[in-house]
Write a protein that binds this ligand. Sequence first.
Ligand code: SF4
Length: 333
Amino acid sequence: MLPAINPENYLTADMNILEIKDLKKYFPIKSGVFSRTVNNVKAVDGVDLNIEKGTTLGLVGESGCGKSTLGKTIIKLLNPTEGQIVFDGNDITGFNTAEVRPLRKDMQMIFQNPYGSLNPRMNVESLVTEGMEIHNIHSKPERKEIAVDLLEKVGLAKYTLNKYPHEFSGGQRQRIAIARALAVKPSFIVCDEPVSALDVSVQAQIVNLLQSLQDEFDLTYLFISHDLRVVKHISDMVAVMYLGKIVEIATSEEIYENPMHPYTKILISAIPDIKKSRENRKIVISGDVPNPIDPPSGCSFHPRCPIAEDKCKISTPELADKGGNQMVACHLA
Ligand code: SF4
């Protein structure tokens, strides 16, 4: 079921830059001399999402819940197993490598680790202009001019053009990665845990930078993080993911003020500096995310859910409209 079910409250199709329907990404586990598929890691298991142009969808959940795989599948760094991806009105689900290449200009990704995502042998000028060169945009002097301009916008001086990644701090490297992503004028960026490798003091600077660039460049973000505190400040909508599925989606305000899914409540309760109602005070979650090869029956959260009932072990809850812009997959929400 798509979140955009209520035209009164929600988005219309032409406002969405991205629509994904029942998206699945399974990684086969092979065994034996004939390498037969004996099972699958169900990293993304039937996700429906829409993202409105010019907005940010925050995607949160614990490590290993499938967030990054979902981001990579959406921009076709990974091929989906099933489902549909519609980007800017075009169904790109079955696009092959050659068809995806021009799309790379419109869909960019900023990775978690600014230490690993930049080629240490390339100087800043080459890193920022590489995309324009690949897509054959602008002349060489124009590319350099654009690189200088972008570096200035992300808070780096012109003289850094000749420097190499090892000469920068983590925050500065992430600024270079942002300038590099912006150089090809994308309309959609997947920010995959862009601040989680940075010091807390630098995290806010990068989030603020992404926010100010969003207005200036008319960008749409899918902002992935395990940290709800980080997502809060940048997201218009927040989707909570657990074991390959979306369990709750709502406006940023709604999800922090009125979380409905027990898993969301637990994540919210773990944020140290957020004002909480009495019922949302710190709730302890037990155990780890279950193995996605063999997810629990019924509601996959039931082994860890503090309010699980017998029916939760048998029946899988669907994402259901709870009014306003909130959808929740829980029998008891
Ligand atoms: Fe908990 Fe049951 Fe709701 Fe799942 S369906 S979150 S187990 S109450």
